[in-house]
Design a protein around this ligand. Structure first.
Ligand code: SF4
Ligand code: SF4
Length: 362
């Protein structure tokens, strides 16, 4: 099968709303980035979720509070158009979002508001009989987290018995007619097993495969996760190859670019894209690297979106440095290699910049 490679630049008409419905979870994954100290323990109820979805479906509310304005071209051309839900993908996550009994109502409300696509990121436990409480017409994707092709690799990372539960959840979701994807978070603990994932996913019937790189946030930051991070050689010698193999089997594969070559342009999604990471305590970030720190750009107070005063994450985006991503340089300086003269050997791409590999259309 012919395959096609492409770098997905930040696209003018694409917005993403990552809405964390709670921080609670039944698992304790080694690399979990959830941080209740920063994001609270609130479980969003149905009415609150509906109000918050409405905020991000309204161009005026978002643009009037966003300190750094993205997409000036769109704003000028579509100035009269208020509703932006049709350009926005919503991803419900947690914690474990299926633990929130309001999830079916949240999905239906997002559909009613006209969001472009609706995804639920789940650990596979599928609580509250979620497969029977929403329909494939209402939800675009269940996205399952699986960090290994077998229990021996997955379960030391995600917990005993999780491989069986998660793969059973995938099978049941597919049998009910849902589209599914799988997210694999790559680290030193499982990178050698990545090569086995495409065959497993094909056997399960999964059509989309996201390979993610371990982030040094939440649990992994607290538990010394920097030692689990992959170097450039490891990443580039394994991930693109496996992505190609999965695409040859008919899957649509996405993975972060991570390292930029000398001629590749750098762009910060915080400046040129519209991504909002919303937490149950009302914090709204525009860069996922910042989520362990109270430097969020905006916050929701009494169900209204408000811009925060400096210093915020967005006050740092425009700093231009030879290392590329400025927040990576500040928060994780250890993952940038330098030469003997102190010059960075490569630049770190925005963590939102993705490569896609997919079966080519004839
Ligand atoms: S399933 Fe997700 S939220 Fe739960 S512990 Fe694992 S990484 Fe964290
Ligand atoms: S990861 Fe870096 S480049 Fe991307 S939005 Fe954050 S600060 Fe900008």
């Amino acid at each position: 099968m012919k395959i096609e490679h492409r770098t997905v630049q930040f696209q003018a008409h694409t917005r993403n709303l990552f809405l964390h419905l709670l921080t609670q979870c039944n698992l304790h994954c080694l690399h979990c980035y959830i941080n209740p100290e920063q994001h609270g323990n609130r479980i969003l109820d149905r009415d609150t979720i509906a109000k918050w979805l409405a905020i991000f479906a309204d161009r005026d509310q978002v643009n009037s509070q966003r300190p750094v304005q993205a997409h000036p071209v769109i704003r000028a051309r579509d100035a009269e158009v208020q509703r932006i839900a049709s350009e926005t993908n919503v991803i419900f996550l947690g914690g474990e979002p299926t633990l929130n009994p309001a999830l079916p109502d949240a999905i239906r409300e997002a559909r009613r508001l006209g969001y472009a696509s609706i995804t639920v990121d789940t650990n596979g436990f599928l609580f509250h009989d979620i497969l029977n409480r929403v329909s494939p017409e209402e939800l675009d994707y269940f996205s399952f987290s699986l960090d290994g092709s077998c229990p021996q690799v997955n379960d030391p990372i995600r917990g005993g018995g999780v491989f069986e539960t998660c793969t059973s959840g995938i099978r049941r979701a597919i049998a009910r007619g849902f589209e599914t994807s799988v997210i694999f978070t790559a680290s030193r603990m499982n990178i050698r097993d990545l090569v086995n994932m495409p065959a497993i996913l094909r056997g399960l019937g999964v059509r989309r495969f996201f390979i993610q790189v371990i982030g040094i946030r939440g649990n992994s930051a607290r538990k010394g996760g920097a030692s689990l991070q992959l170097g450039r050689e490891e990443w580039e010698s394994i991930v693109p190859d496996v992505a190609g193999k999965a695409a040859e089997m008919g899957m649509h594969v996405t993975y972060p670019k991570v390292f930029l070559g000398p001629d590749e342009p750098f762009a910060c999604a915080g400046l040129v894209a519209d991504n909002h990471f919303v937490f149950p305590n009302g914090r709204v970030y525009t860069c996922p690297l910042c989520e362990d720190y109270p430097i969020h750009s905006m916050e929701i107070v009494k169900d209204e979106l408000r811009r925060r005063p400096p210093i915020r994450e967005c006050d740092l985006y425009s700093l231009q440095i030879p290392e590329g991503c400025v927040l990576n340089r500040i928060l994780h300086p250890g993952n940038i290699p330098y030469d003997a003269d102190g010059r960075p050997l490569c630049r770190i791409a925005c963590c939102m910049l993705k490569e896609e590999v997919l079966p080519a259309e004839d």
